[in-house]
Design a protein around this ligand. Structure first.
Ligand code: PLP
Length: 402
């Protein structure tokens, strides 16, 4: 008889809504205000400042933020349908999907085998006369190697959107991620660094872009009326202007708004971010310490000295062979895993592009052999020991079988 599947005990993410979140949530409940208002404004200002940016636009997801980011830049620069945007060959599908949603074409560039992030040399190879923008993705908590990527963008006159959905508050050579590109996008979805349920940010320091982003996530409406407070306490002439324009739409926009409830949870999590960072890093160090004796079998995360690793997740890649056996062994032992996000081998991308893996060897290896486990702040020392023991047990059993 097949044994019952154990309930997942050691998840890739977690959430406890504690006293901090409750305090902000109670303020929202007392105010009976859910639409864009004071809580969201506070969250936007704090989140933008924490990433060295002037403006923050809180949306209902990281995907929505990326979607309006590319739409705003396409609109501004007059890019044509079918123009190209370079995205890494290892990323969550949303990075590439939003390029299609904007009627442009994603072109993949292979990634670095040590960091899993966009390889600048591969980016350079993929530029064509139709390339307009690049979306480097800071995966799993680690910033990309930004200096060479920035140099290529400047030299080839390409625009940059950072997909920092998996990497919050991190610095590369002293500078905060999200502040390198024209727009930086972040996610606060479940199991991310900061969790609001659903949510995401588009950050920029360009005031015109900020207005465009805000309009695009709000049905494309005239920015004169974005919040229900915008017509309160204004002069008579201003009120007339607002009344005349508040149902005016200047672009084909979207309904990508979040509510004051998500912002309240986000503010509570922001208050805890120092602690979240400390525990995640300590957990990652503990896992590395426990697993380093089997590094000839598995590649553990490396941290280049010029940047932070925020450890949204703890990636592991088998040096040889597929991950399937190890992943199933972990899952059966109650350790949850996820693939390092695969895109080029997904059915929809195979249908559009055919077999891409033969042209992207590093991505192909990661798709076959790379996965991650959690290292979040809700894991106990015992949980971490179970992960370490289970990985060892797997290789011991393979050794015996050999
Ligand atoms: C790299 C990357 N980009 C974009 C997204 C999309 O964010 P969301 O799930 O908030 O839409 C994610 C989400 O997991 C992601 O990991």
């Amino acid at each position: 008889m097949t044994p019952a599947k154990p309930k997942t005990q050691i998840g890739v993410g977690g959430l406890v809504l504690g006293a901090r979140e409750r305090r902000y949530l109670e303020q929202v409940i007392r105010s009976s205000r859910l639409s864009y208002g004071p809580m969201t404004r506070r969250f936007e200002a704090r989140f933008a400042a924490a990433h060295g940016c002037r403006f923050g636009v809180f949306c209902n997801s990281g995907t929505s933020a990326l979607h309006v980011a590319l739409a705003a830049l396409k609109e501004r620069h007059g890019w044509k349908d079918g123009d190209e945007v370079i995205v890494p060959a290892v990323t969550f599908v949303a990075t590439a999907n939003i390029v299609f949603h904007n009627r442009m074409r994603p072109v993949f560039a292979d990634v670095d085998p040590a960091t899993y992030n966009l390889d600048p040399a591969q980016l350079d190879r993929r530029i064509t006369a139709r390339t307009r923008a690049v979306i480097p993705v800071h995966l799993m908590g680690l910033p990309c190697d930004m200096d060479p990527i920035l140099a290529i963008c400047r030299g080839r006159r390409l625009t940059m959107i950072e997909d920092s959905c998996e990497t919050l508050f991190a610095r590369y050579r002293g500078r905060l991620v999200g502040s390198f590109g024209d727009i930086g996008c972040f996610s606060t979805y479940v199991a991310h660094y900061i969790v609001t349920g659903v949510g995401g940010f588009a950050l920029t320091s360009d005031s015109n872009l900020a207005v465009r982003l805000r309009s695009l996530m709000n049905h494309g409406r005239d920015s004169i009326y974005i919040s229900i407070d915008d017509d309160k306490g204004v002069s008579r002439s201003r009120l007339r202007e607002i009344v005349a324009k508040r149902f005016r739409f200047v672009s084909i926009g979207h309904s990508f708004r979040a509510t004051e409830l998500e912002a309240a949870v986000g503010l509570g999590q922001m208050d805890a971010r120092g602690e979240i960072t400390r525990v995640r890093r300590a957990n990652a160090r503990y896992l590395t310490e426990g697993l380093k004796d089997i590094e000839d079998h598995i590649q553990l995360p490396s941290i280049p000295p010029d940047r932070d690793h925020m450890f949204m997740m703890y990636p592991i890649a088998l040096r040889r062979g597929p991950k399937t056996g190890l992943v199933n062994f972990l899952e059966e032992g109650g350790v949850e895993t996820r693939d390092i996000p695969p895109v080029i081998n997904q059915p929809i991308y195979r249908r559009i592009y055919g077999d891409l893996e033969s042209r992207y060897p590093v991505a192909a290896w990661i798709n076959r052999s790379g996965f991650y486990v959690g290292c979040h702040q809700y894991l106990s020392r015992r949980d971490l020991d179970v992960i370490v023991d289970r990985v060892h047990a797997y290789f011991r059993s393979k050794g015996k079988a050999a």
